[in-house]
Design a protein around this ligand. Structure first.
Ligand code: HEC
Length: 480
């Protein structure tokens, strides 16, 4: 048996990591997410598995060789399909530590271990330009356009990705697309190449009219900002200003989202009566189109017909439940138990992982994780939520007591009065974020437990206890 056991214990009760088995090899590459150099090692993996991951980064696996990185920000260790991966993030710029830790914990669901360059400076904080919250913008109609539907004739539009202006108008005329492009990533992306061919179906006026209707519906939604000629670097995949058949620009999976075959609830939505009559996929009705529309049946029928035209069937998308990708991953996140450094103490003081908060939630255990406004940021089971105004200074761990609104923050839930007292011995869900979609701590704690005696004494959790905790951690990760 030549199994090696490494035990890495970070300070202050962070999860210990146990690496098991031989390193089968490593590969070095530039991360497509952060643009920074990284090196990844594989433990207990089959050669083919490791080779496949490296090939995904366009590099070869160096069989049997560990990483050799000179300047290190930290390492991220996580479980993949039955094996362990340790990624070493190269660099010396301490300002990148917080985002590297966030990427590790939130996207890889790994354990971040800071190197000296990041020790104590890997806090997760958003000091400038936080996520813009939805704002209802009301303005006079453009010259030549009819009066708006509001009482005084103005056109009112929710300025957020899930918002839509009035039917027949363009979103970019009535809301600020720069704000929208701060709320979700934007880059140009090529259309499906089938759109290059002339499509004889466009000669049928009835068919062409349906394509035009989809175009108009897209223009009324925020989609206009990234999926039309308005997009500064060019449209992403499909283009409401495309002269040919815009439906041919979609990829098959995009069509399936348009048809409501893949749920896209993770993007968030308004009720149609709040959104100029536009409706889309929601937790209440997941199998609706991703496209906000005034006529769901018509929209879904158009996209279903396109899928049928391409020979695709609904059962091919059966297991594909998460059209919103990373947003769904955050929405469906199932918290683990808090580490020693996280939780709410018997005296009500909140503690979270290194970072400074803009949003603080205490929820019932088992509540859905909060994500984006307007409909996914106050889940059922929220007991207490306090927010920081945009211009506020993010708050430190151990400066907030449950139920007492901290200076500079405001209480969102309950709408008034104190939240229910926490019942000692009962489990709750602590959710603290540096910004919308930017969690610092997401974990379950038991109310009424005293604060640990201090982080420097974390050695008490070392040795055999930490080894067991590490193995349990490995088991939990493997299941997910
Ligand atoms: C801030 C920019 C932005 C906005 C606003 C936006 N999208 Fe997108 N969308 C993208 C980008 C970038 C991609 C391609 C990469 C990806 O899939 O994330 C994309 C891809 C898609 C796809 C997959 C297309 C395919 O066939 O591969 C669909 C469907 C889609 N968007 C629908 C919408 C709808 C509907 C709206 C309006 C409610 C919308 N998007 C608003 C940026 C945006």
């Amino acid at each position: 048996m030549n199994t090696i056991l490494f035990l890495l214990l970070t300070s202050c009760g962070a999860d210990p990591v146990v690496l098991q088995g031989d390193v089968v090899g490593s590969c070095a590459y530039t991360s497509p997410f952060s643009g920074e150099p990284e090196c990844t090692e594989f433990y207990g993996a089959a050669l083919a598995q490791a080779e496949e991951v490296c090939a995904g980064y366009d590099v070869d696996l160096r069989v049997g060789e560990p990483c050799a990185v000179e300047e290190v920000l930290g390492t991220c260790t996580y479980e993949a399909d039955g094996y362990q991966v340790r990624t070493t993030v190269a660099g010396s710029d301490g300002s990148k530590c917080g985002s590297q830790r966030f990427g590790c914990e939130t996207f890889a669901r790994g354990v971040w271990t800071p190197a000296a360059a990041c020790d104590g400076v890997d806090e997760i904080v958003v000091l400038e330009d936080p996520f813009p919250l939805p704002e209802q913008v009301c303005v006079d109609p453009l010259p030549g356009e009819p009066a708006g539907a509001s009482e005084d004739g103005e056109v009112c539009t929710w300025q957020i990705v899930s918002g839509a202006t009035e039917e027949g108008r363009s979103f970019s005329d009535y809301a600020d697309c720069d704000v929208i492009r701060r709320q979700r990533p934007y880059s140009a992306a090529p259309a499906n190449p089938r759109a290059d061919a002339v499509d004889p179906r466009m000669e049928d006026p009835a068919y062409a009219a349906e394509v035009d209707w989809v175009r108009d519906q897209l223009r009324a939604g925020s989609c206009d900002c990234c999926h039309s000629a308005v997009a500064p670097d060019g449209p992403a995949v499909f283009d409401a200003d495309f002269e040919g058949n815009l439906l041919n620009q979609f990829n098959d999976r995009g069509l399936a989202m348009g048809a409501g075959w893949i749920p896209t609830i993770g993007f968030g939505t308004y009720l149609p009566e709040e959104n100029n009559g536009f409706e889309r996929s929601s937790p209440e009705d997941p199998y609706l189109s991703i496209i906000p529309t005034t006529d769901q049946a018509r929209m879904m029928a158009i996209f279903e017909a396109e899928l049928e035209h391409r020979g695709r069937t609904i059962d091919e998308f059966d297991g594909d439940l998460y059209g919103a990708g990373p947003l769904d991953a955050q929405l469906n996140y199932e918290p683990e138990r808090c580490t020693e450094a996280e939780g709410v103490d018997a005296d009500g003081v909140l503690r979270w992982a290194p970072g400074r908060a803009r949003y603080i939630y205490v929820l019932e255990a088992g509540a859905t994780s909060p994500t984006v406004p307007p409909n996914l940021d106050l889940p059922e089971g929220t007991l207490w939520r306090v927010d920081l105004p945009r211009e506020g200074s993010p708050v430190y761990s151990e400066s907030v007591t449950y139920g007492q609104v901290p200076d500079g923050m405001f209480q969102v839930h309950p709408a008034s009065g104190a939240p229910p007292a926490l019942v000692p011995g009962q489990d709750y869900y602590l959710y603290v974020t540096a910004d919308v979609l930017y969690p610092i701590s997401r974990c379950v704690f038991t109310a009424g437990e005293p604060a640990p005696s201090g982080c420097s004494s974390a050695g008490g959790a070392g040795g055999f206890a930490a080894l067991l905790a590490g193995l349990a951690l490995g088991r939990r990760r493997r299941r997910s």
